[in-house]
Ligand binder design. Structure first.
Ligand code: UDP
Length: 314
């Protein structure tokens, strides 16, 4: 039975990884300090054979007894709202947290998978973004704390690969959505879904003409599984290449919720990328991966989950 450590395992993506690898027969150690993750995300796994939750901040030394086969490093706040709320924690988990997670993988001779991000491309001058694009990041901007933390994380991962001959994998995750995103996460879809279901106005930042490409979490998990089990050490984009304006996203959410909420316009946060779309040629060619769930089908499932949770809190 492979033993897999998932840092940030109680977060949105981390908890779906816990589900996936447990179902695949791994023993899963879910490590999380619950800064942005939640025990609710893994409550259904507690007591299940092979699953263990460890409350720990990975910016501190990570102690794990026994053998480890895989370290999946997913711990980090990741919403742009967190870039203002938790800038120092983001830099620390990207730097010290990644260093500790790599140290654990090195000590156990485990395979290491880094959750990187499309934010390493910054506000891009090329669209779509291939992995060979080196990015346009402002280190002193509000988003710099996340972008630079993840760029550092990629650099130290490559250093461990070169110096310690560690087996490493790097995924650059594009906008991903699905069940268990925090209701108050602050990202576009959680905001729009919560606002629409509560009958509150949907907040469009800027004029809503900026684009993103939204991928459903189950497709991401499939791509991550393929990447982990491949021999591809170069960074791989995983995301849905279907690009859409934020205004269209707001209208789709209104339609799917049946909400009569109006749209209100708010200032565009500084450094907000104008376009974002993954070039997934590498994932297609090297992993045989492509997204299977349409944005609409994914939105329907996610909105149903948001509706349930909002009703539960009244
Ligand atoms: N956005 C918006 N309204 C919101 C939240 C976000 O219009 O209530 C916009 C935001 O300015 C950005 C896009 O939606 O252009 C996606 O934002 P998100 O926070 O989801 O993540 P990002 O892709 O910027 O990292």
């Amino acid at each position: 039975m492979p033993r897999t450590v998932i840092t940030g395992g109680a977060g949105f993506i981390g908890s779906h990884l816990c589900d996936h690898f447990l179902a695949a027969g791994h023993e899963v150690l879910c490590i999380d300090n619950l800064l942005t993750g939640s025990r609710d995300n893994v409550a259904h796994l507690e007591g299940r054979p092979g699953f263990r939750f460890v409350l720990h901040d990975v910016t501190q030394f990570i102690e794990v007894e026994g053998p480890v086969d895989n370290v999946l490093h997913f711990a980090s706040p990741a919403s742009p709202a967190d870039f203002e709320r938790l800038p120092i924690q983001i830099l620390k988990v990207g730097a010290h947290g990644t260093h500790n997670a790599l140290g654990l993988a090195k000590a156990k001779r485990a395979r290491f998978l880094l959750a990187s991000t499309s934010e390493v491309y910054g506000d891009p001058e090329v669209n779509p973004q291939p992995e060979t694009y080196l990015g346009r990041v402002n280190p002193i901007g509000i988003r710099g704390v996340y972008d630079e933390a993840k760029r550092f994380a990629e650099a130290i991962t490559m250093a461990y690969r070169r110096v310690h001959k560690l087996e490493t994998r790097i995924v650059r995750i594009f906008n991903t959505f699905g069940e268990r995103m925090q209701l108050d996460d602050g990202r576009a879809l959680p905001n729009f879904a919560t606002q629409a279901l509560r009958g509150e106005p949907l907040t469009i930042y800027g004029d809503g003409s900026q684009t993103r490409s939204f991928g459903y979490v189950a497709d991401l998990v499939d791509g991550l599984d393929r990447l982990l089990h491949s021999d591809v050490w170069e960074p791989v984009n995983i995301g849905n290449p279907e690009e859409v304006t934020l205004l269209e996203v707001a209208r789709e959410v209104l339609e799917l919720t049946g909400s009569k909420s109006e749209l209100v316009y708010r200032p565009l946060p500084p450094g907000d990328p104008k376009v974002r779309r993954p070039d997934i040629t590498r994932a297609r060619d090297l992993l045989g991966w492509a997204p299977r769930v349409s944005r609409r089908a994914g939105f329907e499932r996610t909105i149903a989950d948001f509706r349930r949770r909002l009703e539960a809190i009244g």
